[in-house]
Design a protein around this ligand. Structure first.
Ligand code: NAD
Length: 372
């Protein structure tokens, strides 16, 4: 298969982790005989420094003309410490999502058994949790009218949703549920918010096309509580932009660390794959960032954008085998981790490449035995 992939490292540890994610894609191309052409582009703080624009036109053109994007993160302490700065890294991210028509953010929350102990939730509550979040990306308070009045003493952000925005992501969530446990939990605040009442109405309408899928509705406050109390009760979770932002970070605790969770942003064209974590200023440049979320993002890219299920599974198996062998980055290490098994970013990437070779040769031998 011939595909063009843009690597969009962004800022902070985004650069460190996408380096490892790219190596995995290169390795997959070599092992499974694909031609992946790579190019890179800038976004965020780096792009502002170079061009004054968090999403330069050159970047946008490249993104619109590729088959998939592996993204790191944006953000810099300068902007976090000064909210009055008008040009900001996250504007690049929001514009990119809008321009590429990326309306659905998929976040699989799957717990690796080896990391049960790393979570702050009890292992018996967690074991077997497997949730797929669908967070809407183009509406809600992030894109509604915002401003100040009364000489700056009153501020507002309009929570806004249009029917078509809800419909298209609801269809994606119901379709995904068909390949899983056939349950969708739609999360809103319909007891208080008008936009949530429209959300619920539209999700109910869409559900009529999927009689084989069980639909339940939960209010955001109840869902936030149940996610910790009984994460196994969820299969596919469908929610808006703001509630999804908060719930998925909460759910990251189920997986033990922000450094383990990948996500896919999809629409009708090119897909964008990124870790759920940010640019992590506190560990930038130390070489200790966990690259597994970026590597698992590469696995999602192979599966969702290219339909390469076997290759994607090989990456996930390589991560499982690495964790099983006891290797950890500092964020997922615990008191039982042997000192010589605590790896830095690059070493973890190399360990995954070694495991990939083994997994791929096993898969090939199983396939050729099957052909005999
Ligand atoms: P963060 O996700 O960057 O970090 C939160 C905590 O998790 C930090 O202690 C960090 O060290 C740790 N962490 C995150 N990823 C890790 C990894 N791969 N390995 C080990 N530890 C990891 O969130 P934050 O600190 O709230 O934000 C930092 C910056 O990132 C801000 O400027 C924020 O705006 C930006 N941000 C960007 C995105 C994005 O680009 N999608 C998302 C969230 C935050």
């Amino acid at each position: 298969m011939e595909k063009k992939i843009i690597i969009l490292p962004g800022d902070g540890i985004g650069k460190e982790v996408t380096t490892e994610g790219k190596k995995v894609l290169e390795k997959i191309a070599g092992l499974f005989n694909h031609q992946f052409e790579f190019d890179s582009a800038t976004i965020g703080h780096d792009a502002i420094e170079a061009t004054g624009n968090p999403l330069p036109d050159e970047t946008l053109t490249k993104l619109k003309n590729c088959d998939a994007i592996l993204f790191g993160a944006v953000g810099h302490p300068k902007y976090d410490n000064d909210p009055t700065l008008k040009v900001r890294p996250e504007q690049g991210l929001l514009k990119m999502r809008k321009e590429l028509g990326l309306y659905a953010n998929l976040r699989p929350i799957k717990l690796f058994d080896e990391l049960l102990e790393a979570s702050s939730i009890k292992p018996e509550i967690l074991k077997g949790s497997d949730i797929l979040f669908f967070r809407e990306l183009t509406g809600d308070v992030y894109f509604g009218e915002k401003g100040r009045k009364d000489e700056g003493k009153t501020a507002y952000d309009l929570m806004i949703y249009q029917k078509y925005e809800i419909e298209r992501i609801a269809h994606k969530a119901f379709q995904a549920a068909r390949t899983r446990k056939k349950k969708v939990t739609s999360v809103d605040k319909a007891n208080v918010l008008e936009s949530s009442r429209l959300w619920r109405e539209v999700v109910n309408e869409v559900s009529k096309h999927y009689p084989d899928i069980t639909l339940e509705h939960q209010f955001i406050d109840a869902a936030a509580m149940k996610l910790i109390q009984n994460p196994k009760s969820f299969d596919v979770v469908l929610t808006g932009n703001l509630f999804g932002d908060i719930l998925t970070d909460e759910a990251s605790q189920i997986a033990g660390s922000m450094g383990m969770l990948a996500s896919a942003s999809v629409g009708d064209k090119v897909g964008l794959y990124e870790p759920i974590h940010g640019s992590a200023h506190d560990i930038t440049g130390k070489g200790i960032a966990n690259p597994l979320a970026s590597i698992l993002s590469a696995a999602l890219l192979l599966d969702i954008s290219f339909g390469l299920k076997e290759e994607s599974d090989a990456v996930i198996k390589a991560v499982e085998a690495t964790l099983k062998a006891g290797y950890r980055t500092a964020d997922i290490a615990d008191s039982k981790t042997a000192k010589d098994k605590i790896l830095n970013t690059q070493q973890m990437g190399t360990q995954i490449l070694n495991e990939l070779k083994k997994v791929a040769s096993y898969q090939t031998s199983v396939a050729s035995n099957g052909n005999q």
